[in-house]
Write a protein that binds this ligand. Structure first.
Ligand code: GAL
Length: 376
């Protein structure tokens, strides 16, 4: 049922790309733009409704002789306390079981946001001779080292959520390795955040009437391409609409609600009514921002706007209530299913594309209830 609704929503999703950001992160983003630009075409081709992917997985499981129950799956998550990755890993485990893996053969490890801890877990999975690994790296820059040892051990590898860089992906292709990446293109989510603000109209957003939009940015972690692209492309959507923008503050909240709350509280203390828009790279931080906004006596939709990404249930409820301007559905169903399907194809001796994409979906007051019904 859920899969069907997702298919319909994805079919209506818009795909758009643009560029730029504020302050410190623009040099980091530039390095990755070419990489992502080449991937964009592939992503559009590769993006398939979850239903089709599930059918493909059924076929793969049948072809594998239905012996998935005996296969050992090692899953590494960068940090269990991350809200979005909690949704992702829960759905991943459920879906793997639905496909025929047995629960006791699926081991999910918490990297506790520490690459050394995660690397030790990967070593243990290799020593344990798991049949396939699904890895959400703590640091994408460690991918080369991780890939080398996993490939050396002859274990197929599916990276999720934190994309290794273009040269690393090229190595998989050049060597014909059983390694792939599953994720969404964060440029799309950033663009959608910006578009939801642009759709309000400059007059509505420019509360102080100075002809430009003053905003603050709360970033995820600076090493993460999702944070870099969302920061850059959200603002670029405004400038591409011909709007003048002014960045008052751009700080790192590490995807965490409490960190965002204090960043936004401080920014509101410093810049007060000058802040017209608060961009947060994810919903956990947008929820923290909302606490700070309300504590400062400001009202979203009346004297300030606030957008996030992920479509966490709590954020969708805020969108419905009007206490958050909008969020972007980060489809953990599609991503976790695609990751499991890719793992099954590897186990079945089939190859995978080196990049498997999916689409984000804007969530505004118009469709937030529909998305909430689906994710709950
Ligand atoms: C993003 C997500 C964030 C956080 C991050 C972890 O895609 O929007 O909330 O989970 O992944 O890498």
């Amino acid at each position: 049922m859920k899969k069907k609704i997702i298919g319909v929503i994805l079919a209506t999703a818009m795909f758009a790309t643009l560029l730029t950001g504020c302050g410190g992160s623009s040099s980091e983003t530039t390095a990755n733009t070419d990489n992502a630009a080449t991937e964009e075409a592939e992503q559009t081709e590769d993006a398939a409704p979850a239903e089709e992917a599930a059918d493909a997985a059924d076929a793969a499981a049948d072809a594998a002789g239905g012996d998935l129950a005996d296969k050992k799956v090692g899953v590494c998550i960068y940090q269990f306390s991350d809200n979005f990755m909690t949704l992702f890993r829960t759905e991943l485990e459920n879906y793997l079981i639905e496909q025929g893996f047995s629960k006791e053969n699926i081991t999910i490890a918490d990297g506790q946001n520490d690459q050394a801890t995660q690397s030790g877990q990967i070593d243990n999975f290799i020593a344990d001779q798991v049949d396939v690994l699904i890895i959400n790296p703590v640091n994408s820059s460690s991918a080369e080292t991780i890939t080398d040892k996993v490939v050396e051990a002859g274990i197929p590898l599916v990276y999720i959520n934190r994309e290794p860089d273009a040269s690393e992906e090229q190595r998989w292709a050049d060597n014909g390795w059983n390694v792939t990446y599953v994720g969404c293109d964060a440029r799309q989510s950033g663009t959608m955040q910006g578009e939801m603000i642009v759709d309000l109209g400059l007059e509505a957003v420019d509360f102080n009437g100075d002809g430009k939009v003053q905003y603050i940015m709360v970033e995820g972690d600076p090493e993460n391409v999702d944070a870099q692209y969302r920061t850059e492309f959200s603002v670029k959507a405004l400038t591409d609409a011909g709007w003048e923008v002014e960045c008052l503050s751009d700080q790192v909240g590490n995807w965490q609600q409490d960190q965002a709350q204090s960043i936004v509280a401080n920014a509101l203390g410093q810049y007060g009514n000058d802040i017209e828009v608060v961009f947060c790279n994810n919903d956990a931080m947008a929820l923290g921002a909302l606490q700070a906004i309300e504590a400062a006596g400001r009202t979203v939709g009346t004297d300030i706007y606030l957008v996030g990404v992920d479509a966490l249930s709590e954020a969708l409820e805020d969108v419905i209530a009007g206490t958050m301007t909008g969020t972007v559905f980060n489809d953990h169903f599609s991503q976790s299913h695609s990751a499991a399907d890719a793992a099954i194809r590897f186990l079945n001796g089939e190859g995978n594309e080196y990049y498997i994409g999916c689409d984000y979906v804007k969530a505004t007051q118009a469709n937030a209830q529909e998305i909430l019904d689906m994710v709950k």
